[in-house]
Design a protein around this ligand. Structure first.
Ligand code: GUN
Length: 300
């Protein structure tokens, strides 16, 4: 087969961001309301810090009020719940995002369920999970990574996925399960596979649409990909890249790879997202879109 189409998530995300900027300008001019996004991070995980920094920066670029709470790793659950409660009560805040994972001594579920569902721009609150799984996508905030992945799938295959088989590898609450709901809503026939699935490569080779969200660098080799499949790689893994030389501290430089071996998969697939530049930028763009949506609702 010819080399696969490279699905440009960076360009798609840039288009969404332009729409969000224009929508924000119009909302603020008409009503005086400025969308507000609060991001909260507990601890010093370097990857999480990078993600949260990018989210806060993009919020400012969109014309939002951007609030960042950076809390030390020993922050108590009580303190975090109080901060979330204050953000719930603040009329200038329309979106609240608590970066996951949280330190072990904090009950993640409790924190997420404390966020006002109408400010839950991550779409993790049970109310929003319920809305999505009952098909009420008009009311639900949809989690950003699956929402962004779905837009990329739509760019290639259109809105109606009737007759298509979709396999999602990974069953997380953040990606795998909501992704399944979105694909189902678009009429695809959906399988969620995971680490206990028997003969995973064979299951994946049955997929017209293959979504990889396992968090294992380049796990899905060419052997997992059917000819003509659309492959969405949600993974963002940092691996050592000795070929790039050494850092100042003498350790090897690193590079980002997905959960899919791009070079191998691209020889079979019809279309595939790269890492970086695929799903990653879409996640941030959808967060901005969700926040603007929340602010528009608040404006009435
Ligand atoms: N950790 C990894 N992905 C996400 C995300 O989309 N939202 C939050 N809050 N935490 C994450």
């Amino acid at each position: 087969m010819a080399e696969a189409q490279r699905i440009d998530g960076k360009a798609a995300a840039a288009r969404i961001i332009e729409t969000v900027k224009a929508g924000t300008k119009a909302l603020t001019e008409k009503t005086g309301l400025v969308p507000g996004l609060a991001v909260v991070i507990v601890g010093e995980d370097p990857a999480s810090q990078v993600y949260v920094g990018s989210k806060a920066k993009m919020a400012s670029e969109c014309g939002f009020k951007s609030i960042k709470h950076e809390l030390p790793p020993e922050t108590s659950e009580e303190t975090l719940l109080k901060i979330v409660g204050d953000l719930n009560a603040d009329p200038k805040v329309h979106g609240i995002l608590v970066q996951l994972p949280l330190p072990k001594h904090i009950d993640e579920t409790k924190v997420i369920q404390t966020i006002d569902p109408d400010k839950d721009v991550d779409g993790f609150h049970l109310i929003n999970v319920g809305r999505l799984s009952t098909g009420d996508t008009a009311a639900a905030f949809v989690p950003c990574t699956p929402a962004g992945s779905m837009l990329l799938i739509r760019e290639v295959l259109g809105d109606d996925l009737s007759g298509k088989t979709a396999v999602i590898v990974g069953r997380s609450n953040i990606v795998g399960k909501p992704m399944a709901q979105l694909l189902l809503a678009a009429n695809a026939t959906v399988t969620i596979a995971h680490s206990r699935t028997k003969d995973l490569p064979a299951v994946c080779r049955g997929a017209d649409i293959l979504v990889a969200a396992v968090g294992r660098p380049e796990m899905l080799t060419g052997d997992y990909v059917k000819d003509g499949a659309v492959v969405i790689d949600v993974g963002i893994n940092r691996i050592e890249a000795p070929e790039k030389g050494l850092k100042e501290d003498g350790t090897p430089k690193t590079r980002l790879v997905g959960d899919v071996n791009y070079a191998e998969a691209a020889t079979n697939a019809a279309a595939i997202t790269p890492v970086p530049g695929g799903v990653g930028p879409m996640t941030i763009a959808m967060l901005m879109a969700n926040t603007l949506r929340s602010a528009c609702r608040a404006a009435g």
